[in-house]
Write a protein that binds this ligand. Structure first.
Ligand code: PLP
Length: 405
């Protein structure tokens, strides 16, 4: 029998957060092993719940959720998103420029499809959230990575970014607060990045899905107000700040001078129309989510579950001879690096597999985030603090064995 052929460019696409190691983890679970799985930033899987007033908003409207909505989303939800952006100082933030999608994931794909022609380049952070690379490749673009080096707090260097601009460059993608490294970008840096985009007429695409997940006084600066008249697409959603991943609700706010945006708005609208609309029940929670109630702040403050989980990871790395960590200032992950004797000949995949097979812990190898080095790994901060301390005791055992080998 001839076998089915698949899209060739898929061979360039990786999403290891749910890849081979996750498959092996399921096999082990089927054999009865009890695993601690730290591969996915899925709050609901760790006992977090969406705030009650969001749940209520959906329940109260459940009888209104049968029809399709407009392709860009429910008008009242779009108005709430636009108002949220206007409150931040985003210029030209009107509901007509809001696109609601099945998570930010769908909107990343749609917006790159709306933008890219074959061979166009997209400036992506390294490390990145790998969907950005995958969606660039699958929409016929070419990822061009700019470094966010550990020794510079995982922050990008605007001069390095500018040196990577070519006549084919179309967009500059930022992830702030950052997944996987937890960096939160200061205003002065964002201003320099806006200047690069302005000089080279790049679309700014900023993934701000973790915009409320901040620790120790870190300050989030939204990009769109700094971008002013420049075309800018800001992504946000309910998955992380509002702990409602499963509802699949994300949005993109287009800002900047409408004339400078050309046909982009129309392209987004058309692609949105082709998939009809986003999940409707979830859209009814958007107004409630943006009503000004801060439900994530207490979790990120001392004594809060995420803060204490982060503390557990920071302290575990600080007492390890083998690990180095930049304390995450935001988001739901830590991205430690292996140093010293254990780092000799280190291979992050082999390490992650050994940790899974011998210690029943699933982590994500750092190279899954499109970095050229292989001595990092990512864990999510979502488990109970004590469980994270136990995880790091187990990781330490493996690292110690390797250091002594
Ligand atoms: N962007 C980043 C940086 C993420 O970490 C994630 C999910 O982990 C997403 C986008 C996708 O989020 P959504 O659930 O809204 O599709």
């Amino acid at each position: 029998m001839p076998t089915l052929k698949t899209r060739e460019r898929l061979s360039e696409v990786r999403y290891e957060i749910r890849g081979e190691l996750a498959r092996r983890a399921r096999e082990l679970e089927a054999q009865g092993r009890e695993l601690i799985k730290l591969n996915i930033g899925n709050p609901g899987a760790f006992g977090f719940r969406a705030p009650e007033h969001l749940q209520r908003a959906i329940a109260d409207h459940i009888h209104d959720t049968d029809p399709y909505t407009h392709q860009q989303g429910l008008p009242e939800a779009r108005e709430a998103i636009a108002a949220h952006h206007r409150g931040r100082g985003t210029p030209n933030a009107s509901p007509e420029r809001v696109f609601i999608g099945n998570g930010v994931s769908e909107l990343i794909d749609i917006s790159l499809r709306a933008l890219l022609n074959h061979g166009d380049e997209v400036l992506l952070p390294s490390p990145d959230y790998p969907l950005w690379s995958a969606a660039t490749i699958l929409n016929d673009g070419r990822p061009v990575y700019y470094r966010c080096a550990a020794e510079h707090g995982f922050l990008p260097d605007p001069d390095e970014i500018e040196a990577l601009v070519s006549p084919r460059t179309r967009a500059l993608v930022l992830i702030n607060p950052n997944n996987p490294a937890g960096a939160v970008y200061p205003r002065a840096l964002l201003e320099r990045l806006v200047a690069v985009a302005a000089k080279h007429r790049l679309l700014l695409m900023v993934d701000e899905i973790y915009d409320g997940v901040l620790y120790d006084g870190a300050r989030f600066e939204p990009l769109a107000p700094l971008a002013g008249d420049l075309p800018c697409l800001s992504f946000g959603g309910l998955s992380k700040v509002h702990r409602a991943c499963g509802w699949r609700v994300g949005w993109a706010m287009l800002s900047g001078d409408p004339t400078a945006c050309g046909d982009f708005h129309h392209a987004m609208d058309l692609l949105g129309a082709l998939r009809l609309c986003a999940n409707v029940p979830g859209q009814f929670a958007i107004q409630a989510a943006l009503d000004g109630t801060d439900t994530i702040g207490p979790l990120c403050a001392p004594g809060g579950r995420l803060y204490e989980a982060r503390r557990a990871v920071i302290e575990s790395c600080a007492t390890s001879e083998h690990l180095q960590l930049m304390a995450p200032a935001g988001a739901l992950y830590a991205f430690p690096g292996v140093t010293g004797a254990a780092a000799e000949g280190f291979d992050d995949h082999a390490f992650a597999l050994e940790v899974l097979e011998t210690e029943d812990v699933l982590i994500v190898p750092g190279s899954s985030f499109n970095v050229p080095y292989r001595n990092h790994f990512r864990v999510t901060l979502l488990p109970e603090p004590e469980q994270l301390r136990e995880v790091f005791r187990r990781l330490e055992r493996v690292l110690q064995r390797r250091a002594e080998a």
